[in-house]
Write a protein that binds this ligand. Structure first.
Ligand code: FMN
Length: 305
């Protein structure tokens, strides 16, 4: 009997639906799948109020762990053949609950010397967050063997508008009845079940050598090369903001978070389009570099820096 653990944090249930659909095609009489939800001691709100949404930024980006409920003993006692880590991206970084888990001593107990598949369901900017997860997995002595990254496939600026409507309004519906539904589409959530087949084969054969290649052939990861530069640049600027904001307290912090809110609007509506135009203008001379980056970020390898 093969033992698989699905460990995750999903606020609205979108990521959890993806995980359930993938698990459904892995599961059979030879495979036992256990689920473990990461539960923060202090719950994050949903729907979010604007101040709360920005208030989690500094701690998220600086990857400062928050207390989480203890992982049940029956999970810690078992040795798993495979762990599926389901995470979402907050501010170009793994969400606080997932980061807190990955930095806990329990993570090391569960993940050490264990194959791990990461599965994310984000808006579209997940590449640098995945690099951060890769590093945390190495710190936990885990072996990353596969990655599936589902995203909102609408164009960047449409998905910004619709996700705000979803996160602040609490409903995954079409804004004004004209915009597309926010987040990962219903059809992509259902079709995620196909990824279970190569995962099941790899688990049964204890051979993960070609898993990521097989997952990529099925469309598990689609790299939008124009977003790599935005994600990287965003990380540099977010670092500066987060290090400034973390030093502010009380009313001072509130005031600075409002400035950050304005900056974010400016970054999305002014800087990101400029980065995109530069990307288009330099596409041909940068073609080889872009292809290399595409291959690397689709892979489960971690660059040494
Ligand atoms: C505070 C916050 C920040 C987010 N930042 C990002 C981001 O930087 N990149 C991205 O692609 N998605 C971002 N998202 C969207 C999430 O990755 C995710 O798709 C959404 O929260 C639904 O996930 P759920 O399964 O937990 O409900 C953010 C969501 C929240 C709540």
């Amino acid at each position: 009997m093969k033992e698989i653990l699905v460990i995750y944090y999903s606020q609205t249930g979108q990521l959890f639906d993806v995980l359930k659909n993938i698990s459904a095609t892995i599961s059979d009489e030879n495979v036992n799948i256990s689920y473990c939800e990461i539960v923060p001691k202090k719950k994050f709100p949903f729907p979010w109020k604007s101040e709360e949404f920005f208030d989690v930024f500094p701690e998220t980006f600086l990857q400062i762990p928050a207390p989480i409920e203890a992982i049940p003993d029956e999970i810690l006692r078992k040795k798993y053949d495979l762990v599926i880590l389901g995470y979402t991206v907050w501010y170009l970084t793994p969400s606080i609950p997932i980061n807190s888990f990955l930095k806990s001593s329990e993570a090391n107990k569960i993940l050490a010397n264990t194959p791990v598949i990461t599965i994310s369901a984000s808006r579209n900017m997940w590449i640098m967050a995945q690099e951060k997860v890769k590093k945390l997995l190495v710190e936990n002595e885990a072996k990353l063997v596969g990655n599936i990254a589902l995203v909102d496939r609408n164009i960047n600026h449409i998905s910004v508008i619709t996700i705000v409507h979803w996160m602040m309004g609490g409903k995954k519906t079409r804004l004004f009845g004209i915009f597309p539904k926010p987040g990962v589409s219903d059809s992509d959530i259902v079709a995620a079940s196909r990824f279970g087949l190569p995962i099941k084969k790899a688990v049964m054969e204890s051979d993960y050598g070609t898993l990521q290649k097989n997952l990529l052939e099925m469309g598990a990861v689609k790299i939008d090369a124009s977003l790599i530069a935005t994600d990287k640049r965003g990380n540099v600027v977010f670092g500066k903001w987060a290090n400034t904001l973390i030093k502010k307290t009380g009313e001072e912090r509130k005031k600075w978070l409002v400035y950050f809110n304005y900056y974010l609007l400016f970054a999305i509506w002014v800087i990101a389009p400029i980065v995109f135009i530069v990307f288009l203008l330099t596409y041909l001379p940068m073609f080889r570099k872009i292809q290399k980056e595409r291959a690397y970020y689709s892979s489960v390898a971690l660059k040494q820096d």
